[in-house]
Design a protein around this ligand. Sequence first.
Ligand SMILES: Cc1cc2nc3c(=O)[nH]c(=O)nc-3n(C[C@H](O)[C@H](O)[C@H](O)COP(=O)(O)O)c2cc1C
Ligand SMILES: [Mn+2]
Length: 478
Amino acid sequence: MSSPDLRDWLRQVDELGQLKIIEGADWNLEIGALTEMFCLQSESRPCLLFDRIKDCQPGWRLVTNSLATLERSAMVLNMPLGVPYAQVEQEWRRRVKGLRPLPAHTLTEGPVLENVAHGDDINLTRFPAAIWHEGDGGRYLGTASMVVTRDPDSGQVNVGTYRMMIQDRDKVGLYIAPGQHGRLHRDKYHERGERMPVVAVFGAHPQLFVAASLPLPLGLNEYEWAGAVRGEPVEVISGPVTGLPIPADAEIAIEGYVEPGKVLSEGPFGEYTGYYASAVRDETYIQVEALYHRNQPIVLGSSPMRPPGEYYYVQNTIRQAVILDALEAAGVPDVKAVAHLPGSCLGVLVVSIKQRYAGHAKQAAMVAGHTRQAGQFCRYVVVVDEDIDVHNEDEVLWAIWTRSDPARSADVVRDCWSQPLDPRLTPEQRETRDYTHSRMIIDATRPFHWRDRFPKVVGTSPELKEKVRDRWGALFGG
Ligand SMILES: Cc1cc2nc3c(=O)[nH]c(=O)nc-3n(C[C@H](O)[C@H](O)[C@H](O)COP(=O)(O)O)c2cc1C
Ligand SMILES: [Mn+2]
């Protein structure tokens, strides 16, 4: 029995009734528009499988929105379906505590080797690669992709998701932001005047994409993490050119090198903040030496867009779990839940607590808002009482309006950690690389010292609701 691949995933999605096949779309903007419209403007947020794409061979397909629902996000994390969103991060916390990295299993062959090309036979332009948004500067084949590199000192393997724009038949642009693990590897090779060996994968089981795109600790091999999540080792082959591990069932993979000092213009590319924060720039690229693909290959794509984009549930579940861990480790008691508000991407973080002492709310806000997982985009941290559902924007706004008083309840912290994708950096900050912003803490809890005299809440109590439901259940279809 081989480990599950992208095709198994698509079958599972189809069984859930969440797969939509679209034939005949144009890679030039149409696929991007349909992906965005089905993600942001439909209730069902289906997984889209594009076939008979303009200029591509029939059967050479592209998948988007693979993780856009809670069910598919639970499925990719190997969690039970049907866990309500408000409990999913607690479920994930329980599971992740027991996970131990599981080394990949190396095979000598795999479906990825069904078609092999070298030299002049390499042609990346044959694959379905979209121009995703109207302002994009090229065809991005690499979005939900994986880039495999090795630390030249330790030999440690890393797998990261870094965007890749087709530059030529055998060249693909590679943008790795400063601080990323693949960037640390690249800098080490290039400082020595050496080229970096690299593998890139353009279609694999979304579990591998999730592993590659999460901020896992440096030194943790993402294949081993994915193996732990699925409970069986990821199967790889050793790349004939670089020796780097390639998923044996990958749809498309390339091997090649990133040469020091060699750049091509790259971008712009619409980002997950919903903006283009960076313009066209010179970036490194992969010079492809070998190309492998399965028969009728399927590219896995993920289009960044205004929140809540495709990746919202997975990203937030995992980040929320880690923030809860950090609050616990820092000794902040009685934290009930944390959530990033869906429309805010990572920008508005809400923490609910059962207040125990004066200053408790501010303490929770300061710790939560500055954890690594709250990240560089956290601009507002809101603390609410435990009766507020942090996942419900209406309740959170009601708490902000009614329980906070801006002059007393808001604090601003200046010069906090930000990053180049922040749309609100001033032009001067960009020039001087001053990647900082201010953050606001909004204490929307009932003021601690007079909380007992705070006006009582209007509304049907849970007990009364239950009684009424017992008597009037038929009205609610129960
Ligand atoms: C769809 C998608 C596209 C991404 N594109 C890039 C990118 O172009 N460059 C980059 O540095 N990070 C990008 N990221 C973020 C990285 O994948 C993420 O920070 C990951 O932790 C990197 O792996 P590493 O920690 O092993 O370096 C992207 C993430 C997603 C989900
Ligand atoms: Mn990593």
